[in-house]
Write a protein that binds this ligand. Sequence first.
Ligand code: NAD
Length: 347
Amino acid sequence: MIFVTGGAGFIGSNFILDWLALADEPVLNLDKLTYAGNLNNLARLKDDPRHLFVQGDIGNRALVAQLLARHRPRALLHFAAESHVDRSIDAPGDFIATNINGTFALLEAARAYWQDLASAPKSAFRFLHVSTDEVYGTLGPADPAFTEHTAYAPNSPYAASKAASDHLVRACHHTYGLPTLTSNCSNNYGPYQFPEKLIPLMIANALAGKPLPLYGDGQQVRDWLYVGDHCAALRRILESGRPGQVYNVGGCNEMKNIDVIHTLCDLLDGAAPRAASYRSQIAHVADRAGHDRRYAVDSGKLQRELGWSPAESFGSGIANTVRWYLEHRAWAADIASGAYRHAGAAA
Ligand code: NAD
């Protein structure tokens, strides 16, 4: 069995769906079901005994210890987090509570469990911490991409809280020997992403005839990683990564925000045409405070050591994504109405 935290969120649910499509190893999924947790993402697993869902907080050390003792997982993949930069600017407290204190509680429970493993070799257990490229700060137009040796320089409360969690994970390996792995990935996109993030927000607003809010001049550059490629990278890191190591995961797709939005509008113009192009809904709004200008990720280490590279180009990934949102309007409508908060446990 593997233990996943935050498995009702965007990346965690994609990871679980892919995992159970590829293997028969069961998944224990601990998720608090914050506004970002959505059990509709896992509706396909409703009657699948391989998915065991538990609603709870990673900061509840006693609960995590109990789950570890009862289910004896061979690995823990830590996705749970407060993940939205804008929310971290408005209300950073939840980010400190979950991303820092919650990760610390999880590490303490995992360390105690690992230290008590009597029969199996201690290297049999692995703790994979899923983090972000935002810990590295911002790049100028000609700077080389972030490597695993780039100094940490987080600029938002979200990035700072993730940076702190990365340091706690690192310290837990160096001090106690817990077999940890850390991945720092770029912006993910794909099915089941909560419609507060750029791509699903733009699709939802476009279809609803609402403005498409573009921060500042729209020239901010992000590297876009298809969520299925990210999940494949995580499986590779989990199985073959070296304990204590950090692996950057990027999509090799640097794009300006304005170009991403134009691409979305053009795809929607083709798939769901209206009298006027969706581009006419673009509305410039004041830039986000402290907005990082450019992120770019060098995944060379992951490619060289573990043979992973992204399979999806931005062109095909974004076309698949737009098609998915058009075909799953009920999923988005449930979020818009709030009905998703009452989705039943999918186990
Ligand atoms: P998300 O916001 O969609 O999902 C987070 C999940 O964690 C939700 O299901 C939520 O209910 C759960 N959660 C929050 N607080 C919790 C707590 N205290 N205890 C238990 N569960 C809790 O996030 P995501 O986009 O799927 O991101 C997953 C991870 O990947 C995060 O750690 C994030 O920092 C990292 N990451 C995401 C991206 C991206 O583009 N989405 C990029 C880089 C890194």
